[in-house]
Ligand binder design. Structure first.
Ligand SMILES: Nc1ncnc2c1ncn2[C@@H]1O[C@H](COP(=O)(O)OP(=O)(O)OP(=O)(O)O)[C@@H](O)[C@H]1O
Length: 379
């Protein structure tokens, strides 16, 4: 079935999104010290606590994309669930436009729920096959009856279909009549139905054929340009994350080990874990032409169990640079100066740049961060 992404899209008149007061690019969602544990069985008789998130700091900016990367089991989906308020953190705070969403009740909670939506990985499993595309897109309005008048619903469904590159007549078709890419477009339109300010996209294209992945990514990019929605973009596909993200956060075993502007983190990673992840990823031609990293970094061993994480730096058991301090002291986030060592507690590098309020900084949580020369040598 041809994907209508191949036909040019006419921008749809967008219904104005109810905005909070922060301006484009300013912090919208701020997670600080977020910790989440799960009780899991240890033996036939006992249980233990698995540390899925262990003090995560993260900022999602209005109208921007935050990429979230890391190996399977590092806590990306748990963090996404906390941001969506589907999981309550054990410790730490989540602030949404300055307010604590976990403290909301009644109408303010309902309003908050509209503002943060989700696009799921599997467009085959996430859409009810008994509902038409139009019904699927309109379904969220049943829980938010005051948002749009009954008379306006049909027109709004058409607008949303157009916004994601589908045709008005598609409203009457059922999920099984669409291709995978088209179904994911319906999933995006459905997420947009409540005029969200943040959409968490958990592996939104990984279930799709390579040929349609770019088309769906373009829909997300166009929607962001048109509506100013922010994305939390979770993916194992690093070139895709690089393409989509303004900022990126690299997670390892429940912690963010490196974060900052995506181009800086991707071209000048300072954490050994980030460097190893990037060394294993295919590189876009432009990045390959830039030179830099040459060798693949093969890590020793497996990711330790989050039920029994290493002391100090969680990455130290697989890190080729680890020293005594790494086992003893949890490395704090240290700002990286362009072209120099981060001002970490051990590096003794130059003082960090003056913090500029609200500007995303390149941060690395490592006692022995990489120097540019290390990366060039592929070490
Ligand atoms: N409800 C739960 N009960 C017990 N353990 C859980 C639960 N949810 C997640 N975990 C565990 O928490 C850790 C983090 O899981 P999470 O799904 O957040 O990782 P992830 O980075 O999203 O992985 P993937 O990339 O495979 O989706 C894993 O060890 C996982 O098994």
């Amino acid at each position: 079935m041809p994907d209508p992404a191949n036909t040019p899209r006419t921008p749809a008149p967008a219904t104005a999104t109810a905005r909070t007061t922060t301006a484009d690019g300013e912090p919208l969602v701020e997670a600080r010290g977020v910790t989440k544990t799960f009780r899991v069985p240890r033996s036939a008789s006992g249980s233990t606590r698995l540390h899925a998130l262990a003090g995560v700091d993260l900022t999602v900016r209005r109208g921007r994309t935050l990429g979230l990367v890391g190996e399977s089991g590092c806590g990306k989906s748990t963090l996404a669930r906390v941001l969506l308020m589907l999981e309550r953190p054990d410790a730490g705070t989540v602030r949404y436009a300055g307010a604590d969403p976990f403290a909301l009740r009644g109408e303010p909670l309902l309003r908050w729920r509209r503002r943060v939506q989700m696009v799921f990985q599997d467009p085959f499993a996430s859409l009810n096959p008994r509902l038409s595309a139009g019904e699927l897109i309109a379904e969220p309005w049943r829980s938010h009856p005051g948002l749009i008048s009954r008379d306006g619903r049909e027109r709004r469904v058409r607008e949303l279909l157009d916004m994601v590159g589908l045709r008005p007549g598609d409203a009457h078709r059922y999920p099984q009549e669409f291709s995978g890419g088209q179904r994911q477009r319906i999933g995006i339109a459905r997420a947009l139905a409540l005029n969200p300010e943040v959409i968490v996209c958990d592996e939104p294209v990984s279930a799709l054929d390579l040929s349609v992945q770019a088309q769906v990514l373009n829909v997300l990019t166009d929607v962001q340009a048109e509506l100013g929605v922010a994305y939390v973009f979770i993916s194992h596909d690093l070139p895709v994350v690089r393409h989509m993200s303004d900022q990126v956060a690299v997670m390892y075993l429940g912690r963010v080990v490196e974060s900052g502007p995506a181009e800086r983190v991707f071209t000048a990673p300072r954490h050994p874990y980030t460097a190893s992840l990037l060394s294993a990823a295919p590189r876009p031609p432009a990045a390959a032409a830039e030179g830099g990293r040459t060798g693949r970094i093969v890590l020793a061993g497996e990711v330790p169990s989050p039920a029994d994480p290493p002391s100090g730096c969680r990455f130290r058991t697989r890190c080729w640079q680890a020293e005594e301090v790494c086992a003893e002291v949890l490395p704090p986030d240290a700002p990286v100066l362009a072209g120099s060592a981060p001002a970490g507690p051990v590096s003794g590098g130059p003082a960090p740049e003056e913090p500029v309020p609200d500007r995303p900084r390149h941060l690395v949580a490592c006692h022995l961060p990489l120097e540019p020369a290390d990366r060039a040598a592929g070490r």
